[in-house]
Design a protein around this ligand. Structure first.
Ligand code: HEC
Ligand code: HEC
Length: 204
């Protein structure tokens, strides 16, 4: 028994040593003190223009922080997040991403007026304009795809989601590999974006 325990401890440190991606959730929590003002306690932001981070895919979170860190030279330039990300080291980014990924997400509600249109777009797309359904990449419950770093959408504030769709449409956000999002949104109307964003807020 005792030997097994020692072996466990030794292998734990060994893994930490040889694995550069090893991260420390407790350290991430400590660092998150400088994020709480906007992203909320436990990664649930109260202001709907700031994204919830709780339960988000850690690879996706890290990729966004690296993108913000590039500032005006990057493909997701945001003045506020640039100022913050530029102070973070690689290990800070790992620790913060794993910390936020470990938290429990929350879900909101869909506005009645948007339920039908939102659901149709999310689940069926719009064949008239050759728009692929969101479900094919973000999944039936909006959980995203872990391995492909496709973000979870479930429960996200609709105002934030709408703004990101808009950003992809006008290409102020262009960090989507292979134009995956820009190709989807480029012919969407404002009303369609608002409807699908509302649908996503209540999706789980
Ligand atoms: C002053 C407010 C503020 C603070 C403090 C802040 N953020 Fe943000 N964060 C934002 C805003 C605004 C956005 C949306 C940017 C955009 O529209 O592209 C954002 C976006 C993000 C995203 C992208 C989320 C997604 O779903 O794509 C991540 C990741 C993130 N922040 C992490 C952090 C971390 C980690 C910290 C602390 C080290 C932090 N933020 C501190 C305001 C803030
Ligand atoms: C072909 C695959 C694909 C399809 C279809 C797709 N997405 Fe995405 N989506 C992605 C990828 C990949 C990203 C991450 C881009 C990045 O790394 O910044 C993303 C990112 C997003 C984001 C940003 C999330 C955040 O936290 O900032 C939103 C919002 C979004 N998608 C909504 C939608 C909606 C709504 C639809 C349907 C109308 C849709 N997506 C269809 C692949 C897809």
């Amino acid at each position: 028994m005792k030997f097994q325990r020692q072996l466990q401890i030794v292998s734990f440190f060994f893994i930490a040593l040889i694995n550069p991606a090893y991260s420390d959730v407790a350290k991430g929590k400590e660092l998150s003190a400088s994020c709480v003002a906007c992203h909320g306690v436990n990664g649930i932001s109260l202001n709907p223009v700031w994204p919830k981070l709780a339960g988000q895919n850690p690879k996706y979170l890290a990729a966004q922080l690296y993108e913000f860190k590039k500032g005006p030279d990057g493909n997701r330039n945001n003045a506020v997040m640039y100022g913050i990300a530029m102070t973070l080291s690689d290990s800070d980014i790992n620790n913060l991403s794993d910390y936020y990924a470990s938290l429990k997400p929350t879900v909101g509600v869909v506005k009645d007026d948007y339920l039908e249109l939102g659901r149709n777009i999310y689940r069926g797309g719009n064949m008239d304009i050759k728009m692929q359904a969101c479900i094919s990449c973000h999944g039936p419950n909006g959980q995203g795809n872990y391995a492909a770093a496709i973000p979870m959408l479930s429960g996200q504030h609709s105002q934030y989601t709408y703004q990101q769709l808009k950003n992809f449409q006008i290409s102020t956000r262009s960090n989507d590999y292979n134009k995956m999002m820009r190709n989807i949104v480029h012919r969407m109307t404002d009303e369609e974006m608002k409807a699908v964003a509302s649908y996503i807020e209540g999706l789980y």
